[in-house]
Design a protein around this ligand. Structure first.
Ligand SMILES: CC(C)(COP(=O)(O)OP(=O)(O)OC[C@H]1O[C@@H](n2cnc3c(N)ncnc32)[C@H](O)[C@@H]1OP(=O)(O)O)[C@@H](O)C(=O)NCCC(=O)NCCS
Length: 416
């Protein structure tokens, strides 16, 4: 008999065994490394928004996962959202649908708690795409020579942040979250990790007594032979104002005498506009004369788990000012309770579900693509052009496009 429940004190050794074998890349082998993994997991588990679960077969632990109760700011509303991380199955019990049961439990758990969406970072995108998760916005990695960053005298306002600045940092992030789309509230664990991570440094930009932006960064040696040469890795760049961005970038620029490259990750597509030379140092040309500026990666994935709940929580959101009665028919082979047809009445952009009636137009698509659409990571015209959605009357393509279109594509800065 299978049971899924939160881990208890006696389960942590089993958790360590399963995780160290599932993620050999974490290099957890010795007793000290195992203790470190256990302690870190227990510290996370102490955060009220994070819970580790196990799948037990006749009392034996076979698989684990970590659930996160997130609050996401999406299209101007705050939504409860479920996150899952650290999914791991016992080496000797793979391909027995243990991950399948864990993910089903995860979706039920958050649907029952009123969350319309679930999120995760996939170890393999195709594994979770098959389970109905849709792609989010990609991440760009820039490798910038510090001198190519903009200079500026706003650098004077940049200072190191200490534990005393914790509230200021959270307040700054919360304002940034309100300005943007898709960001999730910081957990205590995440904030503690910024301030207590032995390798991490924090720099803040102060304007009229308020923290208006910050950097979380660390140094990475270039190699064994010369300890004087390092890269600077930016883990977080948060800014509310152009001055804060300019100040923080000028601070990074001022490290040019010691830093080879600033390695910066951002979901913003236009970041190259800020750089004197945006090339990332890789020599081969792309055809014809395009030069590499950044590499991109797929990460965060989104999944709608309750369509009526999504529209109920976004009842104040304006869906593109459109008036149309839309039938959405979703295929959801992994989680059939979420599949089916819904009739949504949009009046001047406000959405209300209707029990029955005629529709003006019907769209049909898989839950994965619809999930990318409803968070704003893609748009309807693109889905039509790629053959990933169908519509009963092509005259309505532009109207449906405008319903879900947002200039603010979703950001995600939460590691889990
Ligand atoms: C990746 C890992 C979690 C998979 O665990 P697993 O228990 O072997 O996986 P499962 O047996 O549950 O495989 C998934 C099942 O869901 C099924 N499935 C997926 N989408 C489906 C859908 N839409 N409808 C029906 N079934 C679906 C798959 O077909 C598969 O079942 P099958 O093998 O019977 O065809 C495991 O190999 C592991 O621990 N790997 C190392 C750690 C890791 O990478 N974790 C992931 C972190 S995000």
């Amino acid at each position: 008999m299978r049971e899924i429940r939160p881990l208890r004190q006696e389960d942590w050794d089993g958790y360590v065994q399963i995780s160290m074998n599932a993620y050999p890349g974490m290099r957890v082998n010795t007793a000290v490394e195992q203790d470190r993994l256990r302690n870190r997991a227990q510290r996370m588990n102490a955060d009220p928004t994070i819970t580790f679960y196990g799948l037990f077969e006749d009392g034996s632990l076979r698989g684990v996962m970590r659930l996160h109760d997130f609050t996401m700011r999406l299209h101007g509303a705050e939504l409860p959202v479920g996150g899952v991380g650290a999914v791991a199955v016992d080496l000797f019990h793979k391909k027995r649908r243990i991950a399948y049961d864990l993910i089903q439990f995860f979706l039920d758990h958050y649907r029952e708690r009123g969350a319309p969406l679930a999120v995760l970072y996939p170890f393999r995108p195709d594994f979770y795409k098959e389970m109905g998760f849709g792609y989010g916005r990609k991440l760009n990695q820039y490798r910038i020579k510090p001198a190519d960053l903009p200079a500026g005298d706003q650098r004077q306002n940049v200072a190191p942040l200490t534990k005393r600045d914790r509230h200021a940092l959270v307040a700054c992030y919360n304002r940034f979250m309100a300005q943007n789309n898709g960001l999730m509230a910081l957990s205590d664990f995440a904030v503690n990790a910024f301030f207590h991570g032995p390798k991490l440094r924090l720099a803040g930009y102060w304007q009229d007594g308020l923290l208006r932006g910050y950097l979380v960064f660390l140094f990475e040696p270039l190699g064994e032979e010369n300890f004087l040469r390092n890269n600077l890795i930016v883990r977080r760049l948060v800014y509310e104002t152009p001055e804060a961005l300019r100040g923080l970038l000028a601070f990074l620029r001022s490290q040019a005498d010691q830093i080879e490259r600033v390695i910066l990750h951002t979901q913003e597509e236009d970041f190259h506009l800020l750089l004197a030379d945006p090339r990332n140092g890789r020599i081969p040309l792309m055809p014809s004369v395009y030069q590499e500026t950044n590499v991109q990666g797929m990460g965060i994935m989104y999944r709608l788990i309750d369509l009526p709940r999504y529209f109920a929580l976004l009842r104040e959101h304006n869906f593109g000012g459109q008036t149309v009665r839309l039938q959405v028919t979703l295929t959801d082979s992994f989680y059939p309770v979420n599949g089916g047809s819904w009739l949504i009445d949009f009046v001047d952009g406000r959405a209300r579900l209707r029990e029955s009636g005629d529709c003006d137009v019907e769209i049909q698509l898989d839950v994965a693509e619809f999930s990318s659409l409803v968070v704003g990571a893609t748009d309807f015209r693109r889905l039509m052009m790629y053959g990933l959605a169908t519509i009963s009357d092509r005259h309505y393509i532009d109207i449906v496009h405008r319903l879900f279109y947002t200039e603010k594509k979703p950001l995600c800065m939460s590691s889990f």
